[in-house]
Design a binder for this molecule. Structure first.
Ligand SMILES: [Mg+2]
Length: 96
């Protein structure tokens, strides 16, 4: 990861992250479609799951590279993530 961050520009990494998030969006939609089974697909549930795992890994790696390139700390991310999860749970608890 260190060499990737050193060699690539922030633009390169942001483009990579954009590409990978698009692929994750597609993989999540495909997994949901296959799992629901109401709109048939030739893709097996296992293949759809494997693709989803791969794209989650790709997004995690690209986001980590951007985080490090920009000097964003893990603590900063964790603080925002905790607040987001708390807000999400609050909406579920309150039904909104
Ligand atoms: Mg990918």
């Amino acid at each position: 990861m260190d060499k990737i961050i050193e060699l690539l520009t922030l633009d390169d990494l942001l483009i990579q992250l954009t590409e990978e998030t698009g692929e994750l969006t597609k993989a999540a939609a495909k997994y949901n479609r296959v799992a629901r089974g109401t709109n048939p697909s030739p893709v097996s549930l296992q293949d759809a799951r494997d693709a989803l795992v791969e794209e989650i890994a790709d997004v995690n790696a690209a986001a980590e590279a951007v985080r490090r390139k920009m000097g964003i700390t893990c603590d900063e991310i964790a603080e925002v993530e905790d607040a987001k999860i708390e807000r999400w749970w609050g909406r579920i608890e309150n039904g909104i």
